[in-house]
Write a protein that binds this ligand. Structure first.
Ligand code: CS2
Length: 484
């Protein structure tokens, strides 16, 4: 079978959607760091629509760590297939990625792109850990940040690349690019601005000033459920296309992108392709993290303990689905400060419907990754707000305790965790005994639990929730959920 590429594009079956513009006539105007499945299923699709209106915003996709996406997509001229898992499934070939670079092999090309006057926007999906933060500020003790401060012209971190790119632009008397974080972090733009400016400050105070005065770091909220690519998808796509695609991606039909409208160097006509441009997005990002991502993590840990594999299966398990709905509507929603006109209960209902979608095989273990990065921004902020408002936190602590039980189980089974703190977590997990005092060892992980670990009400509630989960077996978890 032939491979998807520019030369096979024209001969794809009629029903396969494809770029509605001349790819050769487009120019690269965006560098994207972290060209994983989420970017390719979400932002790149919006940009594919933009390119039919304005050819200046094609994407140079950069992988900072791996070579896999470059190796899969370079032979396909950057083309790949998106499967949209709605009522009538659709397949669409996306052409927005005009180039895919692996930074480890092509560092100078990446830096040259960042200093290219045509590039006016740099976007990121590097996941929570890619920001190298401790709390809300840049972690100068992080090995990648220490490396990049010592070798600023040969960076490895996203922050190092952004700053070296901006340094080159300043030297060339070019305007800066807008830097747009598309990750699930509250105040993602604000955090990224502080990380970039504080890193630059250590190298060159003038550069830091120039970035602070002329740069832009809009906040965003991104949303579309994107299960990892599996063999079933590869097979389905190659059968439909009559040619192979080494790395198709899939997502639910629903998609949302809210972007703060503060760019420093022009921007794509995003409002014409379904993006909500907003002056104030603070409410949206928090509502999404708290009402979608937090319940997702709850399903991931509690469901995995119960031996369940996917989100839809978890939602078909009444005791778990019932708990998650109560968690959202009664424990989380009262702590969400809603943007104007936003109805948290309606939003929660729509999310539950999306979770129930049986057409999507979204594996709980995928969502369980990187718990140490996700738990603080998804759950602990709500707990802190609930404590401050004098509301109860018992139910909110159950998914956090579920994470601890999950870590204990994986560590004792010798299953490696996918988490930047995997080693520390495995050490703690292996030393646990199963009773509530286990919680104290986890609470010493300051990067996760500070400052809440100093609150006696939180410590007591987390111990209580951990004890309620019994031995973490499916029966014990089901019993705890039924009573919560
Ligand atoms: C999920 C998210 O993997 C996870 O942690 O909670 O990727 C989630 O599917 C997206 O944020 C939905 O927009």
């Amino acid at each position: 079978m032939q491979r998807l590429s520019t030369s096979t594009l024209a001969s794809l079956p009629q029903e396969i959607e494809r770029p509605a513009y001349e790819r050769d006539a487009t120019r690269i105007g965006i560098v994207h760091l972290g060209v994983g499945a989420f970017h390719r299923a979400h932002q790149a699709v919006y940009i594919d629509d933009v390119l039919a209106l304005d050819p200046d915003w094609a994407i140079s996709g950069v992988s900072l760590n791996s070579r896999d996406v470059r190796d899969a997509l370079a032979p396909q001229d950057g083309l790949y297939t998106l499967a949209m898992l709605g009522e009538t499934p659709r397949l669409r070939v996306i052409g927005a990625l005009r180039e895919v670079l692996a930074a480890r092999d092509e560092q100078e090309r990446v830096l040259a792109r960042l200093a290219d006057p045509d590039v006016r926007l740099v976007t990121l999906t590097i996941t929570e850990k890619g920001y190298c933060l401790a709390g809300s500020e840049l972690d100068f003790a992080h090995p990648d940040i220490a490396h990049d401060l010592a070798h600023p012209d040969a960076p490895v971190s996203a922050i190092g690349y952004l700053v070296e790119g901006l340094r080159r632009r300043k030297a060339l008397r070019l305007p800066p690019y807008t830097v747009l974080s598309c990750d699930n972090l509250p105040d993602n733009g604000g955090k990224l601005r502080r990380a970039v400016v504080s890193f630059a400050q250590r190298l060159d105070a003038d550069l830091a000033c120039w970035i602070a005065e002329n740069g832009a770091f809009p906040r965003t909220m991104v949303d579309s459920i994107t299960p990892a690519t599996d063999d079933a998808l590869r097979t389905r796509v190659s059968e439909a296309l009559h040619c192979t695609d080494a790395w198709p991606v899939q997502r639910e039909a629903y998609t949302q992108w809210v972007v703060e409208d503060s760019f420093c160097n022009g921007r794509p006509p995003l409002e014409r392709v379904g993006v909500t441009m907003s002056g104030e997005i603070a409410g949206y990002d928090r509502a999404k993290l708290r009402l979608l991502n937090a319940p997702h993590s709850a399903l991931a840990y509690l469901g995995s303990l119960m031996g369940i594999e996917t989100v839809a299966q978890a939602m078909a398990t009444p005791v778990l689905a019932g708990f998650v709905e109560r968690l959202m509507r009664e424990a989380i929603a009262p702590n969400v400060v809603a943007p104007l006109g936003f109805d948290a209960q309606h939003y929660a209902g729509a999310i539950l419907e999306r979770f129930r979608n049986p057409a999507i095989q979204h594996r709980l273990l995928q969502i369980a990754w990187d718990g140490s990065q996700k738990i603080p921004v998804r759950l602990l902020g709500t707990i802190a707000d609930a404590l401050a408002a004098g509301r109860s936190i018992e139910r909110l602590c159950l998914p956090v305790a579920g994470w601890l039980r999950f870590v204990r189980r994986q560590a004792n089974a010798g299953v490696a965790l996918v988490d930047p703190l995997a080693d520390a977590l495995a050490d703690i997990g292996r030393a646990t005994t199963g009773d509530a005092s286990d919680v104290d060892a986890f609470l010493r992980l300051d990067v996760v639990f500070a400052p809440l670990s100093g609150d006696a009400r939180f410590v007591a509630a987390l111990r209580g929730a951990y004890a309620a989960l019994g031995d973490g077996s499916p029966d014990a978890v089901a019993k705890a959920l039924a009573g919560a």
